[in-house]
Design a protein around this ligand. Structure first.
Ligand code: ZN
Length: 57
């Protein structure tokens, strides 16, 4: 399972290996939410500041 570093606290954020672009993950350490962005096979975490419940509607 790949993991990316949380930009807030530096902890490893686990990302499912079959993650889809736009999926939301959260840091297990500080709870910051991220949107996974996949760009040319490269995974990036974009900080998500909105309300998860409203996302995707
Ligand atoms: Zn964190």
């Amino acid at each position: 399972m790949p993991s990316l570093a949380c930009s807030v606290c530096g902890a490893d954020v686990d990302v499912p290996s079959d993650v889809m672009d736009g999926e939301i993950v959260s840091c297990p350490s500080c709870g910051t939410k991220y949107i996974v962005r996949i760009n040319n096979g490269q995974m990036l975490l974009e900080e998500f500041k909105g309300d998860v419940e409203d996302y995707g509607e």
